[in-house]
Design a protein around this ligand. Structure first.
Ligand code: GLN
Length: 183
C-alpha cells in the first residue's frame, strides 16, 4: 500500500520517515499532478494550518482532498492536520478544533498518556490544538486534562500531538491497520 502525505508545509518529512520504518511506501503531495497518483490513504501533517489552507487553495488541492475524504479515503491528521479536518476548514470531520489551545506558556510540552485501543504513548504537543466539540459519530480516543486530544470518525483519525516526532510507531501502525480493516 502507498500512503500520500500532504507536503505543502510542516512536518511531512517526519511522517515519511515513520512510514519508511514501517516498510510503507509514501508519496509527497505538493500539487495536483502529485495528487493524481494511486494511493490508499492520506496523512495531513502538523505545521501551520493557515499556511496549508492557503497553499491547498492556491494549488487547487482543497476541493479534491475534501471530496476524496468525504468519499471515504482513509486520512490521518496530526496537529495542524487535525485542524484542517474540522468543520471550519475542510469540513470533513464533525469536530470543532480550538487552535493554539494551550496558550503561550504551555505552547510546547510532552507527556505519556493513554489512547484507547493503543495504550500509553508519548505525546509531543507544539502550539497544539484540542477538540472542543465532537459530533455524535465521533469516537473519542484520548482525553487529556478534560480536553479531547485524539478521536476518530469513520475513515478519519485525528490527534492534537505529533506521533511522527517520537520513536513510537504504534499510532501510525494503528491507523494503517484501520485501512486494512483490522480495527
Ligand atoms: N498552531 C498551529 C496551527 O494553528 C498548529 C501547530 C502544529 O501543527 N504543531 O495551525
Amino acid at each position: 500500500m502507498r500512503i500520500a502525505i500532504l507536503a505543502l508545509q510542516g512536518a511531512f518529512e517526519e511522517h515519511k520517515q515513520m512510514l519508511e520504518r514501517l516498510g510503507v511506501e509514501s508519496v509527497l503531495i505538493r500539487n495536483l499532478h502529485d495528487w493524481h497518483q494511486p494511493f490508499g490513504g492520506l496523512i495531513l501533517p502538523g505545521g501551520e494550518s493557515t499556511a496549508m489552507m492557503r497553499v491547498m487553495k492556491d494549488e487547487a488541492l482543497f476541493e479534491p482532498i475534501r471530496k476524496a475524504i468525504i468519499d471515504g479515503l482513509p486520512v490521518f491528521g496530526t496537529c495542524a492536520g487535525m485542524i484542517l479536518l474540522d468543520d471550519q476548514h475542510l469540513g470533513c470531520m464533525d469536530i470543532t478544533v480550538k487552535r493554539n489551545a494551550y496558550g503561550r506558556q504551555l505552547g510546547s510540552f510532552q507527556t505519556i498518556y493513554n489512547i484507547k485501543g493503543i495504550g500509553d504513548v508519548p505525546m509531543v504537543f507544539i502550539r497544539a490544538p484540542y477538540i472542543e466539540r465532537c459530533g455524535e459519530g465521533v469516537e473519542v480516543l484520548s482525553t487529556l486534562d478534560g480536553h479531547v486530544v485524539a478521536a476518530r470518525q469513520q475513515n478519519m483519525l485525528a490527534c492534537s500531538f505529533h506521533p511522527e516526532l517520537t520513536e513510537d510507531t504504534r499510532i501510525h501502525e494503528y491507523w494503517l491497520s484501520t485501512i486494512n480493516g483490522k480495527h
